[in-house]
Structures are given as C-alpha cells and as structure tokens.
Ligand binder design. Structure first.
Ligand code: PLP
Length: 386
C-alpha cells in the first residue's frame, strides 16, 4: 500500500503504544476479576488501576466510573428516567447529538424532545430555557454533547448545566469526542453524567465508561443485570485487557494535555488555510463557533462527498463525510440539517479529523490530493459549460 494519511480520528483513533502495551500485559492474566484467589485479585487490580486513571482524566471519583462496552452503551445506561425515586419524565436532547443519544435510551419516544441549535451548531440556550420553564413539575433529564463528532462544535455545557439544575433536572454530557481535545472536568462542566469511549482517544474499540458526578447518583435500573459486576451497575465479566488499554490511554492523554491539543490545533489551522488557498469558495461548517482543535467539516458547492472520499482514498487519504448513508442513498447529515444547511451543500460535506501524531507529511498528502480533486472538478465543470 502507498503512504497513507489518516484523517478519520473522529471515527476511531489509531491505537496508542501505551494502550497496546497495557493490553498485552493484561492478556497474560488468567484470572476472573471476581475470583478471590491471587489470579483473580491480579485481574481486579488491573481494572481498579485503570479505573483510577480514567477517573483522573475527568476529575472524578474512581468509584463513580462504570466501565461499559463503549460510548453507545454508556449513553444507553445514562438515558434512563430512573436516577432517583422520582422519575425524570422528559428527555431533552440537542438536535445534533450522536444517534445513540437521539435514540433516547429507556425513555418512551413520546417523552423525548429535541432542542434546536443555531446556524453555527450551538445549542439554542434561549429555546432550552423556554422549554425547561414549560415543563412545570416534570423533572427533565437533559443530554447535550460537549463536542460534536461531525462539526467539532463545542457546546456551552456549563451554561446548559446551570439552566438544567435550576429546573431541578439532571445533565448528561456525551464527551466522547471532547476528552483529550478540550478541557473535560466533570465538576467544572457541571455535568451529572459523562460518557467516554476509549477508541476515540487511542484506546481499544469496545470499551467506554459512564462517569457520575457522585456515587450518590445510582441508576435504579441498570441495563445489564446478572453477576453484580461494576458495583451492580453493569453485569458481565469485565473485559480486563480493554479496560487496561483504556486506563493506559487515559493516563497518556492526561500527561500530554494540553500540549497535544495545541499541536492538533496548529495542524488543523494549517490544513484549513491550505483548503482555503486551493478552494477560496470552501464553506467550513461551524467556523464561527468554538470548535475542537482537530476537526474540520467543509465542502465546496457542487461536491459529492461519496465521490470525493473515493478519489481521496485512491490518493492515500482516509477521511469521512458528514453525511449518513442508509440503503445506498446518501442522506444529508442530521447535524447539518439541524444547522439549517441546504441538503445539496450538506451532501458534499467532508470531515477531516486529525490527532496527536498527524505529521506535516500527512497534511501535504492531503493538500496534494485535494488540489488534484479540485482541479478535476473544475475541468469537468468547464467542459460541461463549454
Ligand atoms: N458519542 C459520540 C459523540 C460519538 O462520536 C460516538 C462514536 O462515533 C459515540 C457516542 C459512540 O461511541 P462507541 O463507538 O464507543 O459506541
């Protein structure tokens, strides 16, 4: 295979060496972490060390970290009406949430409402405040992501927390794309529940966590019942190696903060200025809002995302579209639709997402491939017009 430039870190990040090493070590542990013999205790220790590292990454109490199979499961565990003896009757989610939040967990579809976002992709605080006032005595659970996976737009989570808590509600924050890229302390954010996923930060796929502000918050209805693992919150023998990898990557990200984020921002800003130099007509979605340091969602009028992705792939560049593909038909992304972007423009959106190890040579590979693609588009248009 020719030299590849990987720009799809928001889909999944390459495994970091720290995670690989911790997993290799954990694969050598024969015991079940619930067993009381030495082998079992060694596996248990591995999990608890990892729990401490994940907790430290987001300023939480280790006892408030519940390991899950990933961000999707953590979101499903969080979105329950039953976090106290008085049920949360309404679920309010921003219109740009990940599908695993939009699905609403264990709320009945009739009890789920979407809160609009502005044209920049930021949750409309006035609309949220008005909706919370209108709920009267119905306690709300509100779910607003810290950063969007497609646009990278960062949400004003602290302001949301204030509104939600004034209304007596509970705030869940999906921080899957934010952690390691922006500051993400559960208490500073004012979040009650926080979702994390290891594979977005260089850990293994298939492990994540739901973090609670305090252990006093205890779901009355866990998703998985059975052996009582994870303090009764998530039954099933723990994936020791994946959890070890998650812990190792959490510690590495914590140690590299904020220098890695600064490096990502410099690389992303250079990439955006190169896109603008090649294509002055480029539209960068959410560019007036605060965004993740590693993400650019952009298009040029007339571009077809699926064709562009294939052409770029052939030239060694891996990236995604901001659109969803279902039954072979590319639909404009719900994120861009919520931002009021016209369907034709939205269908051409390309997401470039990079990471801590993205190099200048990766950026140059992208720029050369993008130049070639834009020139061929231009040629095609000129020949059609002639
Ligand atoms: N939340 C957000 C914002 C995501 O981007 C993703 C993954 O794409 C998820 C949740 C789901 O995480 P996982 O892949 O670990 O289930």
């Amino acid at each position: 295979m020719t030299e590849r430039a990987y720009f799809d870190w928001n889909a999944t990040a390459p495994l970091r060496p720290e995670a690989r090493a911790a997993m290799m070590e954990a694969f050598g542990l024969p015991g079940n972490p619930s067993s009381i013999h030495a082998e079992g205790r060694a596996a248990r220790r591995t999990i608890e060390v990892a729990r401490g590292k994940v907790a430290a990454l987001v300023g939480a109490d280790p006892a408030a970290v519940t390991f899950t199979s990933g961000g999707t499961e953590a979101n499903a565990l969080a979105l329950s009406p039953h976090w106290s003896t008085t049920p949360y009757r309404r679920l309010l989610v921003s219109a740009v949430e990940h599908p695993s939040v939009l699905a609403g967990g264990r709320f009945a579809p009739a009890d789920i409402e979407q809160v609009p976002v502005t044209a920049d992709g930021v949750v409309d605080l006035a609309a949220l405040a008005a909706r919370l006032r209108g709920l009267a005595d119905q306690l709300p659970l509100v779910s607003v992501m810290l950063a969007n996976n497609e646009s990278g737009v960062i949400q004003p989570v602290s302001a949301v927390a204030q509104l939600v808590h004034e209304a007596g509600g509970l705030l869940h924050v999906d921080a899957v794309q934010a952690v390691g890229r922006v500051s993400c302390d559960i208490k500073a954010l004012g979040a009650d529940l926080l979702t994390l996923s290891a594979h977005k930060i260089g850990g293994p796929k298939g492990v994540g966590a739901l973090v609670r502000r305090t252990t006093d918050l205890h779901p009355q209805e866990p998703l998985m019942r059975g052996g009582g693992q994870e303090r009764g919150l998530r039954a099933g023998t723990e994936n020791v190696a994946a959890i070890a990898g998650f812990g190792a990557v959490a510690a590495a990200i914590h140690a590299g903060w904020p220098e890695e984020a600064t490096r990502m921002r410099a690389a992303r800003d250079r990439l955006e200025s190169e896109i603008r130099a090649v294509s002055p007509q480029a539209v960068i979605f959410g560019e007036n809002a605060e965004r993740l340091p590693n993400t650019t969602l952009f298009t040029i009028p007339g571009l077809k995302a699926e064709t562009a992705i294939i052409a770029l792939d052939l030239d060694g560049v891996a990236l995604s579209s901001g659109a969803a593909c279902s039954s072979g038909k590319v639909q404009p992304s719900h994120v861009l639709t919520a931002m009021g972007v016209a369907p034709d423009l939205a269908r051409g959106a390309l997401r470039v997402s990079l990471g801590a190890t993205t190099t200048e040579s990766d950026i140059q590979t992208f720029v050369q491939a993008w130049k070639k693609l834009s020139e061929s588009l231009l040629k095609r248009r000129t020949s059609i017009a002639a």
